[in-house]
Design a protein. Structure first.
Length: 539
């Protein structure tokens, strides 16, 4: 079912809903959980602050301030609409919006001696089954990201393994499942209801402060409000908004739900992108030999693109953060304009949609008849280590409902720059020792932090003293509150986060089914509407 909160509030000053599971946010995490539960017999309400199409008034709640290093405007890097930030995806496949996918590596889940606060309370093997299911949800091919599975011949492409650099791939998946397919399925069948234009302003705790009894919601204009009461709540509103909602909802003497040990909002992580390396190939044949590194169709119809990655062995030996290289061909004319963003976007085969580049990638993006490429830009996608001082806090500015807007405290520090220099040297050594050409380095250049992959603000931990949620994504000390999305990542690797977000969401949906279908709750499954409680009707 799909309804508009405005139509419910039009005839009353207050509306109340009761359900088994209340999910906040209709991005990939929230939609996946709601879709998985729609045939479980559990009643589900999925709350979305935006609507089917973009509503500018909803975006005001994404505003905020950035303290520290240069970072994009917070309103531009988040989105309130059915599908969430999928609506901002900036890559195309066959002329339609899409994104790059890959899982985290095994090493990303491990405790690494050179990364403070690293280590997940679950491992790659524990998540691999859910990764395989996530492939299907996201419209991808087989769960295999090793280049050997996809190479057209047995010959190793750009063989640099002896130097700790290995060839792997990205897969590309469409935006359609999250902007069309799942919302339509939820509207058409099952016991899940999507309520649009419903902004959550507060989570209300029970008297003992160990459970959430309701979420307060407002329509966009704020003159009327409502309450959603549920047995279980799931926040799936993104790393910044998940932290903001917890901090805005007070809990006893502490500031914010789940914040007994002060972790809510801390360890905000991004995936910085570094443009400092340029390869001038030794042989002209390189540009045909390396076509695997452009976006292309594999034999089974999966859209893929080759990439270069750091081996786990090299990461451990050299104390390196995760990194991956995308190879982007460029021409002599573009060489003269490398400092210009416009030229770089053109070199990368991208065009702009509003503030976001969109288009093909690498070799595949070069239009017919264009100038023959003469160099390759080595774009590094980087891991950022968790740092408690990179954090989301509540600021002094207020939104239209009187709630505090966020401040993001974020800096790229000297030790991170030093770590980046070591990663650069590793790729330079590998490319040059493979006799591919000469690599030039633009020194003293800091990376661009704006991949818009927010993670880490409600980190997962086995011990409540080290994080916000446990391995089942339940908030420590709160029996019926769960978090979904990249906010729960203890470390974020360098991988685009959506595949891991969906895998964790599938795992959480299975957990909720098991717990709620077998454990009696304060409210029984299939709560009847009480007098004065709004019955949901589709508009």
């Amino acid at each position: 079912m799909n309804i508009n909160l405005h139509s419910i509030l039009a005839g009353s000053s207050e509306a109340e809903f009761e359900t088994d599971v209340c999910i906040v946010g209709s991005g990939p995490a929230g939609l996946t959980i709601a879709h998985e539960l729609r045939d479980s017999g559990l009643e589900v309400i999925l709350l979305e602050s935006g609507d089917r199409n973009r509503v500018d008034a909803a975006q005001q709640f994404n505003s905020g301030s950035v303290i520290g290093g240069p970072y994009a405007d917070l309103r531009s890097v988040r989105h309130r609409q059915i599908g969430g930030t999928v609506n901002l995806w900036n890559t195309e496949v066959a002329g339609r919006p899409a994104a790059k996918y890959l899982p985290l590596d095994t090493i990303d889940f491990e405790q690494r001696s050179h990364i403070s606060s690293s280590g997940w309370p679950l491992g790659f093997r524990e998540l691999s089954t859910w990764y395989q299911r996530a492939q299907h949800v996201c419209g991808l091919g087989p769960f295999d990201y090793d280049a050997r599975r996809w190479l057209p011949t047995e010959t190793a492409l750009l063989s640099t393994h002896d130097n700790g650099i290995v060839t792997k791939i990205y897969q590309f998946g469409p935006a359609r499942p999250f902007v069309t397919d799942y919302p339509d399925a939820i509207a058409a069948e099952g016991t899940a209801t999507l309520i649009r234009n419903a902004t959550v302003t507060e989570l209300v705790l029970d008297g003992a402060n160990d459970g959430v009894r309701a979420a307060r919601i407002c329509g966009l204009h704020g003159r009327r409000s409502g309450m959603v009461r549920a047995r279980t709540f799931v926040l799936a509103a993104g790393a910044i908004e998940n932290a903001r909602l917890l901090l805005m909802s007070q809990s006893g003497e502490s500031t914010g739900i789940g914040n007994r040990y002060g972790w809510v909002g801390r360890c905000f992580m991004e995936h910085p992108r570094d443009y400092a390396l340029t390869l001038v190939p030794k042989r002209r044949s390189f540009f045909s030999d390396a076509a695997f590194f452009g976006q292309h169709l594999a034999a089974d119809g999966t859209t893929i693109m080759g990439r270069l990655a750091l081996s786990p062995e090299l990461q451990r030996e050299e104390g390196l953060l995760q990194a991956s290289a995308t190879l982007l061909p460029g021409t002599a004319r573009q060489w003269r304009s490398l400092g210009m963003l416009k030229e770089f976007l053109r070199m990368a085969g991208l065009r702009r949609r509003g503030d976001y580049p969109i288009g093909g990638v690498g070799w595949s993006a070069r239009p017919e008849g264009s100038e023959v490429p003469s160099f390759v830009r080595v774009l590094l996608n980087l891991e950022q280590a968790p740092n408690p001082d990179n954090r989301v806090v509540l600021g002094n500015r207020r939104d239209a409902f009187g709630g505090p807007l966020v401040e993001l405290h974020w800096r790229w520090r000297a030790d991170e720059q030093a770590a980046l220099e070591r990663v650069r040297r590793a790729f330079v050594a590998a490319l040059e020792s493979a006799d591919l050409g000469k690599v030039r380095i633009a020194r003293r250049q800091t990376p661009d932090p704006n991949a818009h992959h927010h993670a880490g603000t409600t980190r997962m931990s086995a011990d409540p003293r080290d994080g916000v949620v446990n391995s089942d994504c339940r908030v420590h000390g709160i029996e019926n509150l769960f978090l979904a999305g990249a906010s729960t990542f203890p470390t974020a690797g360098m991988a685009n986060p959506t595949l891991t977000i969906v895998a964790l969401a599938l795992r959480l949906a299975r957990h909720l089914r098991g717990v709620m279908m077998t454990t009696p709750g304060a409210m029984p499954v299939g709560i009847p509407a009480r007098p004065g409680v709004t019955r949901i009707a589709e508009d």
